[in-house]
Design a protein around this ligand. Sequence first.
Ligand code: SF4
Ligand code: SF4
Length: 98
Amino acid sequence: MLEVKENIRGSTLKNKLYDLKLKPNTKSHITVNNDVCLLCQNRDCTIFCPSQVFTWSNIDEKLTVAYESCMECGACKMGCPLENIKYEHPEAGFGYIC
Ligand code: SF4
Ligand code: SF4
Protein backbone atom coordinates (compact mmCIF):
# COMPACT_ATOMS: atom_id res chain seq x y z
CA MET A 1 0.00 0.00 0.00
CA LEU A 2 1.29 3.46 -0.91
CA GLU A 3 2.37 5.63 1.95
CA VAL A 4 0.65 9.02 1.92
CA LYS A 5 3.29 11.59 2.83
CA GLU A 6 2.43 14.87 4.46
CA ASN A 7 3.61 18.04 2.79
CA ILE A 8 5.20 20.94 4.65
CA ARG A 9 1.82 22.39 5.61
CA GLY A 10 0.76 19.14 7.23
CA SER A 11 -1.91 18.37 4.62
CA THR A 12 -1.82 15.24 2.54
CA LEU A 13 -2.47 14.98 -1.18
CA LYS A 14 -5.36 12.65 -0.34
CA ASN A 15 -6.92 15.29 1.89
CA LYS A 16 -6.43 17.95 -0.77
CA LEU A 17 -8.33 15.84 -3.32
CA TYR A 18 -11.18 15.43 -0.85
CA ASP A 19 -11.18 19.20 -0.34
CA LEU A 20 -11.93 19.92 -4.02
CA LYS A 21 -15.42 21.27 -4.60
CA LEU A 22 -17.36 21.53 -7.85
CA LYS A 23 -18.87 24.95 -8.50
CA PRO A 24 -20.49 24.97 -11.95
CA ASN A 25 -20.77 28.22 -13.87
CA THR A 26 -24.14 29.36 -15.23
CA LYS A 27 -22.74 29.26 -18.77
CA SER A 28 -21.10 26.31 -20.46
CA HIS A 29 -17.34 26.09 -21.01
CA ILE A 30 -17.99 23.45 -23.70
CA THR A 31 -19.70 24.13 -27.02
CA VAL A 32 -20.55 21.88 -29.96
CA ASN A 33 -22.18 22.46 -33.34
CA ASN A 34 -25.14 20.08 -33.47
CA ASP A 35 -25.21 20.21 -37.29
CA VAL A 36 -21.81 18.51 -37.25
CA CYS A 37 -22.99 15.96 -34.66
CA LEU A 38 -25.77 14.95 -37.06
CA LEU A 39 -23.06 13.80 -39.49
CA CYS A 40 -21.13 11.89 -36.82
CA GLN A 41 -21.07 8.10 -37.19
CA ASN A 42 -20.26 6.77 -33.72
CA ARG A 43 -20.79 9.74 -31.36
CA ASP A 44 -17.55 8.87 -29.61
CA CYS A 45 -18.02 11.65 -27.06
CA THR A 46 -20.82 9.65 -25.42
CA ILE A 47 -18.23 6.91 -24.75
CA PHE A 48 -14.88 8.55 -23.97
CA CYS A 49 -16.03 11.24 -21.55
CA PRO A 50 -15.48 9.86 -18.02
CA SER A 51 -18.21 12.11 -16.61
CA GLN A 52 -20.83 11.22 -19.22
CA VAL A 53 -21.23 14.88 -20.10
CA PHE A 54 -22.44 14.10 -23.64
CA THR A 55 -25.76 12.40 -24.39
CA TRP A 56 -27.22 11.82 -27.83
CA SER A 57 -31.01 11.74 -28.33
CA ASN A 58 -32.23 9.87 -31.39
CA ILE A 59 -35.68 11.38 -30.90
CA ASP A 60 -34.53 15.01 -30.85
CA GLU A 61 -31.43 14.34 -32.99
CA LYS A 62 -29.56 16.48 -30.58
CA LEU A 63 -26.44 16.25 -28.43
CA THR A 64 -26.93 17.39 -24.84
CA VAL A 65 -23.87 18.77 -23.04
CA ALA A 66 -24.16 18.51 -19.25
CA TYR A 67 -21.12 20.72 -18.69
CA GLU A 68 -21.88 20.97 -14.96
CA SER A 69 -20.57 17.41 -14.52
CA CYS A 70 -17.28 17.98 -16.36
CA MET A 71 -14.20 16.87 -14.39
CA GLU A 72 -11.90 18.95 -16.63
CA CYS A 73 -9.82 16.04 -17.92
CA GLY A 74 -9.46 17.70 -21.35
CA ALA A 75 -10.05 14.50 -23.34
CA CYS A 76 -12.81 16.02 -25.46
CA LYS A 77 -10.31 18.43 -27.04
CA MET A 78 -8.73 15.40 -28.72
CA GLY A 79 -11.49 12.78 -28.73
CA CYS A 80 -14.03 14.19 -31.18
CA PRO A 81 -13.21 12.77 -34.63
CA LEU A 82 -14.78 15.80 -36.31
CA GLU A 83 -13.01 18.33 -34.04
CA ASN A 84 -16.40 19.67 -33.08
CA ILE A 85 -15.94 20.20 -29.36
CA LYS A 86 -14.70 23.60 -28.24
CA TYR A 87 -13.46 23.24 -24.67
CA GLU A 88 -12.11 26.01 -22.48
CA HIS A 89 -11.21 25.69 -18.84
CA PRO A 90 -13.94 27.10 -16.61
CA GLU A 91 -13.54 30.75 -15.64
CA ALA A 92 -11.62 31.48 -12.45
CA GLY A 93 -13.72 30.63 -9.41
CA PHE A 94 -15.76 27.99 -11.23
CA GLY A 95 -15.32 24.29 -11.95
CA TYR A 96 -13.22 22.33 -9.44
CA ILE A 97 -11.99 24.68 -6.75
CA CYS A 98 -10.21 24.26 -3.41
S1 SF4 B 1 -18.03 12.92 -31.24
FE1 SF4 B 1 -18.01 15.11 -31.87
S2 SF4 B 1 -19.23 15.25 -33.74
FE2 SF4 B 1 -19.63 13.25 -32.78
S3 SF4 B 1 -21.48 13.58 -31.58
FE3 SF4 B 1 -19.72 13.95 -30.22
S4 SF4 B 1 -19.29 16.15 -30.35
FE4 SF4 B 1 -20.63 15.60 -32.06
S1 SF4 C 1 -13.01 17.64 -20.24
FE1 SF4 C 1 -13.22 15.42 -19.80
S2 SF4 C 1 -14.90 15.30 -18.33
FE2 SF4 C 1 -15.03 17.31 -19.31
S3 SF4 C 1 -16.43 17.06 -21.01
FE3 SF4 C 1 -14.34 16.77 -21.81
S4 SF4 C 1 -14.01 14.55 -21.71
FE4 SF4 C 1 -15.77 15.00 -20.38
